[in-house]
Ligand binder design. Structure first.
Ligand SMILES: [Zn+2]
Length: 305
């Protein structure tokens, strides 16, 4: 048995030509993982669409309805930054289903990775910054509702603060939100996570990894989660169009190994999502995202999951 990886062809929905959101990366990531043997016939899992009841564990029913039917106010639609289409609704929902499935697989096998997810700027009644429904928040509440987990730790290392996630769980002691992000980046107004670690612009591999090491291990022993969600955004990379940090490919791989080893060696299961990443050179970007799955495949063998 190899590392469980979750993918669905509907992770890609057409966008207008030249749109700055690199939608095609999801299918290219799947192709690269297949080509490099990280995904084979026996470790790829296909998600189902989530129930509206699951989405509404986090989001307001009128927002879910208006978005799904394409009747959201134009201003609210613009804040999301992606033009509405029925295909995008499908894409949004199947990616949420993907993170729910990833979480269930992580509980069963100790570690699992989605090839999408990390829509952490989605708030209960509105979307923002390319995020429509908050996949990790929905998956967390869904697994709690099913009685599969009680305590959850969200480790959000996307370069942008996980503001929607922080807001959703601000009064919920069963979910601990940890966000390490570039201070001077989007969103302009930050929310309060249970632990925020703001970073200065231009931080490099060693500075970043040292800072992370100061928090993660202690957090695990403090929170003692039944499940860790890991948002492995690669917009921390030096060549990212929207990030302002200076991690290299090697730094990102070391980060993924550090997060996974710290959690797995202490016996905590991890459900990973890919998070943000923006570049004109799409193949470099896809490779950066694949570092998560490469590290996870190695960790899966190392810890004999
Ligand atoms: Zn981001």
């Amino acid at each position: 048995m190899n590392l469980p990886v979750v993918y669905h062809p509907n992770y890609v929905a057409p966008l207008p030509e030249g749109h700055r959101f690199p939608m095609v990366k999801f299918s290219l990531l799947h192709s690269l993982l297949l080509k490099d043997g990280i995904v084979t016939g026996d470790n790829i899992y296909s998600p189902e669409l989530p129930l509206f009841e699951s989405i509404e564990l986090v989001h307001a029913a009128d927002y879910v309805r208006d978005y799904s039917q394409g009747t959201l106010h134009p201003k609210a639609q613009r804040r999301i930054g992606l033009p509405w289409s029925p295909a995008l609704v499908q894409r949004t929902c199947i990616a949420v289903g993907g993170t729910i499935l990833t979480a269930r697989l992580a509980l069963k096998h100790g570690l699992a990775c989605n090839t999408a997810g990390g829509t952490h700027h989605a708030f209960p009644s509105f979307g923002s910054g390319f995020c429509i429904f908050n996949d990790i928040a929905i998956a967390a509440r869904t697994l709690q509702e099913l009685g599969l987990v009680k305590k959850i730790l969200i480790v959000d290392l996307d370069v942008h603060q996980g503001d929607g996630t922080a807001y959703i769980f601000q009064n919920d002691e069963s979910v601990f939100t940890f966000s390490m992000h570039c201070q001077s980046n989007f969103p302009g107004t930050k929310q309060r996570s249970d632990l925020d670690v703001p970073l200065v612009e231009g931080l490099d591999d060693d500075g970043y990894l040292w800072t992370l090491s100061q928090y993660l291990e202690d957090l695990l022993s403090q929170v003692k989660p039944d499940l860790v969600f890991y948002d492995a955004g690669v917009d921390t990379h030096i060549n990212d169009l929207l990030g302002k940090l200076a991690l290299t490919d090697t730094g990102i791989y070391r980060r993924e190994m550090q997060v996974l080893s710290t959690c797995l060696s202490a016996g905590y299961p991890v459900a990973s999502v890919i998070g943000g990443g923006y570049a004109k050179d799409i193949s470099s970007l896809v490779y950066r995202h694949s570092l998560l799955h490469r590290a996870a495949a190695q960790a899966y063998r190392l810890y004999k999951l």
